[in-house]
Design a protein around this ligand. Structure first.
Ligand SMILES: [Fe+2]
Ligand SMILES: [Fe+2]
Length: 171
């Protein structure tokens, strides 16, 4: 059940980002902004309420969590750039490039989570932990100022060159 709910969030987030680059809501900065917020909240729920339980598990779970945290950091940095970009120029070329970059990062990230972590979550989470997580999935809001564990620490990744490029362009 938890797995299905988390996978549904993946699909909704993917669709929200893709709708900015093509489709009926192309260029709609509001819908993109909603997808960005949904993704930040999704990362918050994973890091605060899902990963701690899985981190204690056996391999490959315990090894997968740090990888997911690092990828969240990379995604988070791109979201920061994207938000700055859509405030100043809705559907500019830079925003489109960042969206494509983001989708390229999310696709393998979501796949790994679904095949390794979410699949295990349904079995490993205790009933109280599952109820708690599903409650947060339904009602939690991203706390103001919350940032993922590895935000701004991800600049050793291949995508980081693009992130640095955008940063340096803005300076
Ligand atoms: Fe994630
Ligand atoms: Fe996820």
């Amino acid at each position: 059940m938890t797995r299905a709910a988390l996978e549904r969030e993946h699909r909704e987030i993917d669709a929200g980002i893709e709708s900015f680059t093509s489709g009926s809501r192309a260029g709609d900065a509001l819908s993109l902004s909603g997808a960005i917020q949904a993704l930040r909240r999704h990362i918050y729920l994973e890091e605060e309420f899902l990963f701690p339980s899985l981190r204690e598990g056996a391999q490959p779970l315990s090894a997968a969590v740090p990888v997911m945290l690092r990828e969240h950091g990379q995604v988070w940095d791109v979201l920061d750039l994207l938000e700055r970009e859509i405030v100043t120029a809705s559907r500019g070329e830079t925003a489109l490039t960042l969206c494509r970059q983001l989708m390229g990062m999310l696709s393998p990230h979501h796949l790994k989570e679904e095949e390794v972590l979410y699949a295990a979550a349904d079995e490993l989470l205790t009933r109280p932990a599952e109820v708690r997580l599903r409650g947060f999935l339904a009602y939690a809001r991203l706390p103001a100022g919350w940032a993922c564990e590895m935000a701004q620490q991800s600049h050793s990744h291949p995508h980081a060159s693009a992130v640095r490029l955008f940063h340096s362009r803005d300076c």
